[in-house]
Design a protein around this ligand. Structure first.
Ligand SMILES: Cc1cc2nc3c(=O)[nH]c(=O)nc-3n(C[C@H](O)[C@H](O)[C@H](O)COP(=O)(O)O)c2cc1C
Length: 199
């Protein structure tokens, strides 16, 4: 589930919410899984990975991650991302383009405070994407952290939210006859320019 709060009244958001509600009714699994593609200018490489989208508040989309992970390094040197959702139950793809930035500290603190202690133990104990001698080391470190922490434990500086405000949406609806429908919204100044693309 994505927590949707005071959603923007702009047209792409209305369309998004209608699809989201339909996907929920259709019992779409992993509805919050969103692929985020980033660019690393030093390596001249593009990479993508799924994360769980936790919130859309007005027009700001937020997920949580490690601030020292490869994706975080990518975002800090190149803030442009491409994001992608696919809801199979609706045969719907949603493509987004945006700049990305760290969420406010207070927002991350608040989210951290409301998570389970098990999830927080993992956020604290894992140096995400760093090599480890074995999976057993990962488990040991997690269990040691879990023993040490409690509900008062503060959010570590190296973990928090990433937020983005898309300026581009494409809703792609697949149809059995291949007459797929592509509906694009691109924000220019304060207006959304609406276009239909050929399939
Ligand atoms: C469905 C799904 C959801 C995921 N959600 C998150 C998430 O919310 N935050 C996160 O840091 N990693 C999440 N991951 C793991 C990431 O895909 C990735 O392995 C990790 O963030 C390291 O990425 P990086 O090395 O590119 O920084 C998720 C993976 C899957 C398959």
């Amino acid at each position: 589930m994505i927590e949707i709060i005071n959603l923007s009244k702009d047209k792409p958001y209305k369309i998004f919410k209608n699809f989201y509600d339909s996907a929920l009714i259709e019992n779409q699994k992993s509805i919050e899984a969103i692929s985020i593609a980033s660019f690393n200018p030093r390596k001249n490489e593009v990479e993508s990975r799924f994360v769980n989208l936790k919130y859309i508040i007005n027009n700001e989309w937020t997920f949580f991650s490690n601030y020292e992970s490869p994706k975080a390094m990518d975002f800090s040197s190149h803030s442009q991302i491409s994001a992608l959702l696919y809801w199979k139950r609706l045969n719907l793809q949603i493509r987004l383009k945006s700049k990305i930035y760290k969420s406010s500290k207070s927002f991350s603190d608040n989210h951290f405070k409301n998570r389970s202690i098990e999830k927080n133990a993992l956020a604290i104990s894992s140096f995400q994407s760093k090599e480890t001698p074995s999976y057993v080391d990962v488990e040991d470190s997690y269990h040691k952290t879990l023993k040490k922490i409690n509900i008062q434990t503060a959010r570590p500086e190296y973990w928090g939210g990433f937020s983005f405000i898309p300026y581009y949406f494409e809703f792609w609806q697949g149809h059995e006859n291949r007459l797929n429908k592509r509906h694009v919204f691109e924000q220019q100044d304060d207006k959304w320019i609406e276009r239909i693309l050929q399939p």
